[in-house]
Design a protein around this ligand. Structure first.
Ligand SMILES: Cc1cc2nc3c(=O)[nH]c(=O)nc-3n(C[C@H](O)[C@H](O)[C@H](O)COP(=O)(O)OP(=O)(O)OC[C@H]3O[C@@H](n4cnc5c(N)ncnc54)[C@H](O)[C@@H]3O)c2cc1C
Length: 436
């Protein structure tokens, strides 16, 4: 008996592939999703009490594609008896813990999600013209294979550790594991946070509550300032299909430059949190000097552990001057980055790569030379820009992927949502063409 060939095998079940599972469920598509984790848990190391998601609740798994879906956040609120409290709370921003619980509620309704399955290789069976997804159970080591006409990669991003801070012994952790080590950090007596984004700020604010117990908290960033995430509405219009069209069509060099320039759009700190930090420092300083140092434009160029403390060598950018600091523990809030999953090696020659060896992701999220069978989710920031990691754009991307797979638009796909034009307006292009 020939093995079953699935229409879709999704690798990774983070919010983006979970959204695909929810949106494909009503279509009858034969799809299975694999994840090496033992169940859905969203950024558990950063599930800080009271933290909210940074996008409106409509940016759930399905609503922007299908507001009638039974997998919506509002339906979860109804099912959990939280709808009226959420309504009275009058905030667009759900708690991070709510978003996690909501995703687990959605996942629990989908029998085609397979947990404890680590994908270790993807091969192409030329005879059958299908992809062979090889997985290994993380709990038993048992191997299995899933045959697929289409593969959707939703493996997320990896923690980034700067070279000067790699391989450290002692208590040096990436922010993704913060809550697992919070007590040990507090007990260490002095903590240094390295990094400038939302995670760094949330951890700094959380640890400020410990300075009363004789704990020192320092915050160091390479950025010239602690910059806010920009939320103004004309800028938010860049989280749109048409800005993604514009960005994708730009040459590699220009995309690289814009990628650096657009950091403040989604790698900054929410303005409310910056003010909360300031107000907390102000309140604490009423009782005398606060045991904290905040340093900007300062890079950690070296770190050494002497068995008890870290000695950090620091360089101030504008002054081009070096100095040293000691600390008992370090939190590396140094971000995340997409990488080409090693399990793609067996099919590398079927995939497109750019001049820097990264996957060259086409506008329709495919990476397989126009065959339209291997898709990427949240691995395309270098080709599509700031919409890649944005929860608010996940449903649009999934609608596009489903339309490519099914050959029809199951969910209406907006082509234009912004008031502004990005690039040269079409009519001006036509006029320019006519006058030539
Ligand atoms: C702390 C934090 C807060 C964030 N908050 C927001 C926010 O509020 N708003 C927003 O728009 N964005 C936010 N983001 C950015 C982004 O939306 C999230 O990172 C989101 O989780 C990305 O979803 P994903 O599906 O791409 O990947 P992930 O959530 O990273 O999931 C990837 C999954 O792939 C699995 N996997 C990996 N490799 C394999 C393999 N070989 N085999 C099987 N499974 C595998 C992993 O186990 C994991 O479950 C946040 C990011 C962080 C770190």
């Amino acid at each position: 008996m020939s093995a079953r060939v699935h229409d879709v095998v999704g690798v990774g079940i983070g919010p983006f592939n979970l959204g695909l599972a929810c949106l494909s469920e009503p279509t009858g598509l034969d799809a299975v999703f694999l994840d090496r984790a033992d169940g859905f848990r969203w950024h558990h190391g950063m599930m800080i009490e009271g933290a909210t998601i940074q996008v409106p609740f409509l940016a759930d798994l399905v609503t922007m594609a299908d507001p009638t879906s039974r997998f919506s956040f509002v339906n979860w609120l109804k099912h959990t008896g939280r709808l009226y409290p959420f309504y009275i709370r009058e905030s667009f921003y759900a708690l991070r813990a709510e978003y996690d619980a909501y995703c687990r509620w959605a996942a629990a309704q989908l029998p085609n999600l397979h947990w404890n399955q680590e994908v270790v290789a993807i091969e192409h069976d030329a005879a059958l013209d299908v992809y062979v997804v090889r997985a290994m159970r993380t709990d038993t080591g048992e191997e299995s294979e899933f045959l697929a006409r289409h593969v959707v990669l939703g493996v997320g991003t990896r923690p980034v550790i700067p070279p000067a801070l790699r391989g450290l012994r002692g208590l040096a952790i990436h922010s993704s594991e913060y809550l697992d080590h919070r007590d040990a950090l507090r007990a260490s007596g002095s903590i240094t946070i390295v990094g400038s984004g939302q995670s760094a700020a949330e951890i700094y604010r959380d640890l400020l509550d410990a300075v009363g117990d004789g704990c020192r908290v320092d915050w160091i960033t390479r950025s010239p300032r602690f910059f806010p995430m920009e939320y103004t509405k004309l800028t938010l219009e860049m989280t749109s299909p048409e800005y993604t069209d514009h960005f994708h069509a730009l040459p590699l060099g220009m995309r690289q430059q814009l990628g650096r320039e657009q950091r403040s759009l989604y790698k900054g700190i929410s303005a409310d949190l910056i003010d909360d930090i300031y107000d907390t420092l102000y309140r604490l300083s009423a009782g005398g000097p606060v045991p904290t140092t905040l340093l900007t434009d300062t890079e950690v160029t070296n770190a050494a552990w002497d068995g008890e403390r870290f000695r950090l060598r620091l360089r101030h950018g504008q002054l081009d001057r070096e100095h040293e600091r000691e600390t008992a523990s370090i939190v590396l809030a140094t971000g995340y980055a997409a990488e080409t999953p090693p399990f793609l090696a067996p099919i590398a020659e079927r995939l497109d790569h750019d001049a820097l060896g990264r996957l060259e992701v086409a506008r329709d999220y495919t990476v397989d030379g126009g065959r339209g069978r291997v898709f990427v989710q949240n691995g395309e920031e270098h080709t599509h820009g700031l919409t890649a990691p944005d929860l608010g754009f996940g449903a649009w991307r999934n609608s596009s992927i489903l339309a490519s797979i099914l050959g029809r638009e199951v969910y209406p796909i907006e082509r234009r949502i912004a008031f502004q034009d990005f690039g040269v307006p079409v009519d001006a292009m036509a006029a320019a063409g006519a006058s030539r």
